[in-house]
Ligand binder design. Structure first.
Ligand code: C2E
Ligand code: MG
Ligand code: MG
Ligand code: MG
Length: 281
């Protein structure tokens, strides 16, 4: 019925829309309770240093173990979490869980293993973000330089003045900062010299065709040169094939992450992977 409604008429009260709105409300209600019900979980994806052939870090990626729908990836609920503010308690849970896990792995002998955690722009307007991070580091015992906070250009970098002080305060704790999905945002390159960042993560859209298209290979080579000239580490994300890995290696990319090495995995499976040295470099 709703389909035949041409023109500009509002369709808010069609059965279909009503149903979708209800589902959304229900999902929001369920997400609100997901932390206390212990339904949120982190998967970890290795970050590999090709020069030494070792896993140097892990990126923590959230999943929601929904009682009816099964494992839900962040694309389906992070947006809602940001709009409702639920990202604040969720973000704190992610930080604490990731730091605890990294400390556990360090205690198992993986010294200096780094843990990368994604932060939404919304988490930056929290006045106590810096204290929260400092508390979590203190409580978990993770050395600050082993925590890397991933920010995106489109969120945090878009509002430079507002975030500059906070980023400097976080940086002053000794925590590392990286720019996620680098190359996809619309902000100016000027922020690179104004922000206290350590790492650029090349977006996987550039990595995908790197072995097929000279254009993509040139863009990636340029990002790597830019990063190195600014004394930043460069990580490529979304590395899926040996060819992509070979081109990135030849271009001097410092670290890589992607299905070629490992998919994001639950902590127990990461431990098996550590033991087997299954990563092929
Ligand atoms: P991201 O931070 O850019 O994370 C990389 C995404 O690419 C992850 O998707 C990962 O599973 C996927 N990926 C990794 N290697 C490959 C590969 O070789 N090929 C392909 N096709 N994909 C690959 P995921 O886990 O679905 O996360 C999506 C986004 O959700 C993340 O993008 C990040 O922006 C956001 N996110 C994840 N966890 C959190 C969190 O704890 N807090 C916040 N605020 N955002 C999060
Ligand atoms: Mg990320
Ligand atoms: Mg990314
Ligand atoms: Mg992304």
């Amino acid at each position: 019925r709703a389909k035949d409604n041409g023109g500009n008429s509002f369709q808010f009260y069609t059965p279909v829309m009503h149903d979708a709105a209800l589902k959304r409300l229900q999902l929001e209600y369920q997400l609100r309770r997901a932390i206390e019900l212990d339904e949120l979980t982190l998967h970890y994806q290795p970050q590999v240093d090709l020069r030494h052939g070792t896993i140097v870090g892990m990126e923590a990626l959230i999943r929601w173990n929904h009682p009816q729908m099964g494992l839900i990836t962040p694309g389906s609920f992070i947006g809602m979490a940001e709009e409702t503010g639920l990202i604040l308690p969720i973000g704190i849970w992610v930080l604490r869980t990731a730091c605890l896990q990294a400390k556990k792995w360090q205690d198992m002998g993986h010294d200096n293993l780094r843990i990368a955690v994604n932060l939404s722009a919304r988490q930056f307007v929290q006045t106590d973000l810096t204290e929260t991070i400092a508390d979590i580091l203190q409580q978990t015992g993770l050395p600050p330089h082993c925590l890397e906070i991933e920010l995106t250009e489109s969120s945090v970098m878009a509002d430079i003045e507002r975030h500059l002080l906070i980023l400097h305060a976080i940086k002053a704790l000794g925590v590392h900062l990286s720019v996620d999905d680098f190359g996809t945002g619309h902000s100016s390159l000027a922020y690179l010299k104004r922000f206290p960042i350590d790492t650029l993560k090349i977006d996987r859209s550039f990595v995908r065709d790197i072995a097929l298209h000279q254009d993509d290979a040139s863009i990636v080579a340029t990002i790597i040169a830019l990063g190195h000239n600014l004394h930043l580490q460069v990580i490529a994300e979304g590395v899926e094939t040996e060819n992509q890995m070979a081109v990135l290696r030849a271009q001097g990319c410092d670290q890589m992450q992607g299905y070629y090495f490992s998919k994001p995995l639950p902590a127990e499976q990461i431990e098996a992977l550590f033991l087997d040295q299954q990563i092929t470099v």
